[in-house]
Ligand binder design. Structure first.
Ligand code: APR
Length: 234
């Protein structure tokens, strides 16, 4: 199964950050079991109650500010530092734990918790502070929204993602339930040109049939062990 690869693309989900103390979305204690996704993570929800949405992301921002990377994040950085292959990380996560682990080339396709965007001029503001509807864009006084992809909106960096998936010879999904498009179909894009596809997750992801191999377990254990075996060939 494993061999020397040229370009390895990882797709990470909330499961890689669970052992850093951050809630996932669809586990039994997941965010979408405690909050209504439509109200919190849709454009209509934001437009009808921006204060509630800001409050939700303010709380999440504080948790994510304090969270620290776990061995799974660190294993990806180790791979980048010790492999001859190109290693790219596509993440659905809005936390910055990959960056805190000093991982390079991270693509946040659903945005980042420490960014706000002006709905008027599009300016992006980086901050870990709490925000409210009273805060305005410093350039045009427009309203600010979380720079996070709401349900129904296009993901960020789709052109770059397409380039990565079309040339990857190994695709590894880590800690994602594989339920939300377009990320859930990235595996099929890689298989189209015979890239090897592997899923590492606590349980079989919804799209497990699309993968050549599924490895079940806690990412802080199975990802370092997988990377150790991968490095034998790199
Ligand atoms: N080790 C490995 N896997 C884990 C662990 C762990 N310690 N803890 C949880 N998991 C797995 C769960 O079994 C689950 O399959 O991580 C997965 C998390 O799935 P979701 O909660 O659905 O999160 P994710 O796949 O990232 O969601 C995708 O949906 O709501 C949107 O924008 C949101 O980016 C998110 C997207």
């Amino acid at each position: 199964m494993l061999r020397k690869f040229r370009k390895i693309v990882f797709l990470t989900g909330a499961g890689i950050s669970a052992e850093s103390g951050l809630a996932t979305f669809r586990d039994s204690n997941g965010l979408w079991n405690n909050y209504d996704a439509e109200t919190i993570a849709s454009l209509q929800g934001f437009q009808s109650n921006p204060s509630l949405v800001h409050q939700f992301y303010n709380e999440l921002r504080q948790q994510m500010f304090s969270a620290i990377p776990n061995p799974a994040h660190l294993a990806l950085t180790y791979l980048q530092q010790h492999s001859h292959a190109e290693i790219h990380i596509i993440t659905q996560n809005i936390d910055t734990l990959h960056e805190k682990a000093l991982t390079q080339d991270v693509w946040h396709i659903h945005g980042q918790i420490n960014q706000l965007r002006c709905v008027n001029c599009g300016k992006i503001i980086e901050t870990w502070e709490s925000w409210s509807v009273n805060n305005r864009c410093c350039s045009c006084l427009g309203e600010l929204r979380p720079n996070i992809v709401f349900f129904g909106e296009e993901i960020f960096f789709s052109f770059q993602i397409e380039q990565l998936l079309s040339t990857a010879d190994l695709f590894v999904a880590v800690g994602t339930s594989g339920t939300i498009p377009p990320a859930s179909s990235f595996v099929r894009d890689v298989r189209k040109h015979s890239g090897l596809t592997i899923a590492l997750n606590l349980e079989k992801p919804t799209n497990y049939r699309d993968f050549d191999v599924v490895i079940e377990g806690k990412v802080s254990e199975i990802l370092p062990s997988f990377i150790e075996k991968l490095l034998i060939y790199q």
